[in-house]
Design a protein around this ligand. Structure first.
Ligand SMILES: Nc1ncnc2c1ncn2[C@@H]1O[C@H](COP(=O)(O)OP(=O)(O)OP(=O)(O)O)[C@@H](O)[C@H]1O
Ligand SMILES: [Mg+2]
Length: 291
């Protein structure tokens, strides 16, 4: 890990957290500092997405060369796609590959019910980000990025989007800023063109599910698990759901003192995941019914 001026070297973690920006009213921390560890070998990406990510890493690593020609590397990225398909993981991996710490913004803290406080919080985050070189992740960014034309949104939210745009425009330095969202459809067009690259994440294809199965099962022996047949049963699931099933099957094997994951254990885990889905979908339907 390269030395980063952004991270003071405190004598204990308490003094480091003392310097992190906080919400005025609730005194909640607005950011977390994380040292990402996972690498490109820990993510299954479509070929074109992988090429996009490698290009971003390459541009960043060769920024000096680009500067000589008056050019800048891509520093503002937007990641879109359904939950559990690797947006946060990919942001973490970009940080790890570039040996940068990650400044993870906490939207639960940033969005304040006090008038004007959300924009003030955003300003504090950008100000703090200026103190060093990071990958700054605005996760679940839709919380502030919903369209300014959305009639249901009140004036405060419009002001928040405007201040985010201004802060993004004025931000200088070598940090990479990544915003991640599930709802790209509801994002304002003015926001879209502020980003140097937009990366789409989708649910895995059959071959990606097979690759995911071998990645997630690799640390435990397997006996007669048919990857192709299992992948068919997992059609339409997200990467996170496939991971959950693999871990569930491994845990079952351990708990039952079995020396390998079997097809039967995989099938049981798939069934449990399906019933988790049913519970989640029913809860979503109830929520929609209430609205
Ligand atoms: N493409 C992938 N390859 C390998 N593992 C993945 C992938 N996507 C997700 N995972 C696994 O699922 C976990 C959750 O995924 P992640 O948090 O990156 O999803 P997300 O797209 O950010 O979802 P959300 O929209 O809910 O924030 C990851 O930490 C990782 O272990
Ligand atoms: Mg995420």
């Amino acid at each position: 890990m390269l030395d980063n001026p952004a991270i003071p070297k405190p004598s204990n973690s308490f003094s480091l957290s003392e310097q992190l920006p906080k919400d005025k009213e609730r005194q909640a921390f607005l950011v977390d500092v994380r040292q990402p560890a996972r690498s490109l070998s820990d993510i299954i990406l479509k070929d074109e997405t992988q090429a996009q990510v490698i290009r971003i890493l390459n541009e960043y690593r060769k920024s000096e060369l680009l500067h000589v020609h008056g050019l800048l590397p891509k520093l503002r990225l937007l990641m879109c796609g359904p939950p559990g398909c690797g947006k946060s993981l990919c942001a973490e991996i970009i940080a790890a590959e570039l040996h940068l710490p990650m400044l993870y913004t906490r939207f639960d803290a940033i969005v304040s019910s006090y008038l004007g406080e959300t924009s003030a919080n955003l300003r504090k985050v950008f100000e703090y980000a200026r103190s060093g070189i990071w990958v700054v992740l605005f996760d679940e960014f839709d919380a502030i990025g919903r369209s300014r034309n959305d009639a249901t949104e009140h004036g405060e939210l419009k002001r928040v989007v405007n201040s985010f745009l201004q802060l993004l425009d004025n931000f200088q330095g070598k940090s990479l800023i990544i915003a991640a969202t599930n709802y790209e459809g509801s994002l304002d067009h003015a926001l879209w063109r502020r980003f140097d690259e937009i990366i789409f994440f989708e649910r895995p294809s059959q071959s990606e599910i097979r690759a995911l199965l071998s990645m997630k099962l690799k640390n435990y022996p397997q006996k007669e698990v048919n990857f192709s047949r299992t992948a068919k049963k997992l059609r339409g699931m997200t990467h996170a759901e496939v991971e959950w099933i693999c871990l569930e099957a491994i845990k079952s094997a351990i708990l039952r003192d079995s020396d390998a994951v079997t097809q039967e254990l995989m099938d049981e885990a798939i069934e449990r995941q399906r019933s988790r889905r049913r519970v989640r979908d029913a809860a979503n339907d109830r929520q929609l019914g209430i609205r």
